[in-house]
Write a protein that binds this ligand. Sequence first.
Ligand code: DGT
Ligand code: CA
Ligand code: CA
Length: 571
Amino acid sequence: MEDNARVAAVLDEVADLLELKDDTFFQVRAYRRASKEISALTEDVRDLYLRGHLSTVPGIGKAIHDKVVEFLRTGELQYLSDLRNEFPAGLLQVMQVPDVGPKTAGRLYKELRITNLQDLRLAAERHQIRALKGFGDRTEENILKGIKYLESRQGRMLLGRAYPRGKALETHMVEHGFDLVSLGGSLRRMKETIGDIDILVGSADAERAMDAFVSYPQVTEVLLRGPTKTSIRLSDGVQVDMRVVAPQSFGAALQYFTGSKEHNVALRSLANSMGFKVNEYGVYREEDGARLAGETEEGVYEILQMQWMPPEMREDRGEIALARQGKVPRLLTLSDICGDLHVHTEASDGVDSIEVMAQGAVERGYEYLAITDHSVSLTVGNGLSVERLLENMDRVRQVGERYPQLHLLIGAEVEIDGEGGLDYPKEVLQDLDVVIAAVHSRFKMSPEEMTQRLLNAISNEDVDILAHPTGRIIGEREGYQFDMDKVMQAAKDSDVALEVNSFPERLDLNDVHCAMARERGVMLCINTDAHNVRQLDQMLYGVATAKRGWVSPENVLNALPWDALRKRLDA
Ligand code: DGT
Ligand code: CA
Ligand code: CA
């Protein structure tokens, strides 16, 4: 489905540039809609095209159809190149600044001749932007913050983008006959963003491993090829480093190249104090150079008198002391997850039917699934009026009867208004099995107001889960500001679970917040927020984020078996 994301991105960029150009509203909207439809497809757009069904996709008129075909055939779109050439390249970056977007970028270009990020920063610092009609000092501050944010994210990709690529490469190496193969680096630690992908192979024949690696079909460039390390670039720009070591060093190399760097530094200093030397080839005794470990990762930790620990923990946040004391907790794993409590269907802004989502849950071995479409005031999400919600409840019950092995729950993702009130009346909320409260509006309140808003929502006795609590979108916007400590305390007191939203762009709560929740005994709930059935598979990213916060199954609402969950929801 990689093509879907690429085609959608191309159409979106066309829409941005048309908007920058001040083109007609209808044109812009047509490209945006087409982009949305294609990214929501459950089939591969290239397959659709090859089977002659591309024009059946809603929102794809003749003009856009031909452009998609051109892009699929040639990998390029002339129309987009022409549009790009109408503007200075730096302006495209200005558009990426959170809160700026194409419209504002267009005005800044026309009125202040701003053509790149440096110009934008200068103009904001010199207070030239607040002089424009409709802009204030708040806008200037936000722009400066936005530039900083953009810069801090530059060159890193989302876990959800890196992971499938890393796994595919791992499989490629296994198919070429290598059996000691593993991801390494930040990807093995499942960090929310990844600088580059690292892969490790244990083999006596490094040459053959390098040959297999560079033969991967998506390689466009070999950046470096040496006897132990080769770096490549994939067609979508992602960089991958592969290292090859002798099989007897595979464990030591895996430990070393998994990192993090900080974890390794701490480990090495511990080893030194014990009279050992650790490197990527093994653990050696200082006095006579004897090699004591290196074949397995467990062996490396064992010789240092430590438990092995999951890679997600290796950030030098106290895990080394814990492992020395034999106190590494039993962390949550994907197989502990008994169900998903936050998914959308075609009733609101999802793509698939209740039936398809239920089938997907059964296929993933879940005991339960909650259908939680948007509530009425989220008009951009096609939120359900009370009347439509009631109809949908009936539908969910009917589908539920056809799936006796699954507890199909009816819920809603309910908007929290500016004061912390909920979008449906109490009688309706009481009838729902699961109530998720969520903020999707008015992000820019003062921290005091936002905290109060969230506390009000949490204190509503019908609320079970607070969705994506900070509202951040990685690379696009920071979360809204509020007092996390107070919100966690309130969630604990009111038995409200805080969500770890598994969407790669969200991962909200993040790993550090997960650790805070664990320390405070606040329940978490790992949800996918799936808008189509394939997105149910994103659960692993949320689970990994919780693991990075050292979360155990007993801290997680949807790791409870059905009977225990039902009791909690009824309470
Ligand atoms: P990234 O790629 O920026 O998301 O982060 P990592 O952690 O994947 O870092 P990367 O790709 O530069 O290096 C992969 C691993 O190699 C890293 O996690 C630990 C190890 N490593 C790299 N540089 C050093 C170093 O200077 N000292 C030690 N002890 N280990 C290092
Ligand atoms: Ca890396
Ligand atoms: Ca690397």
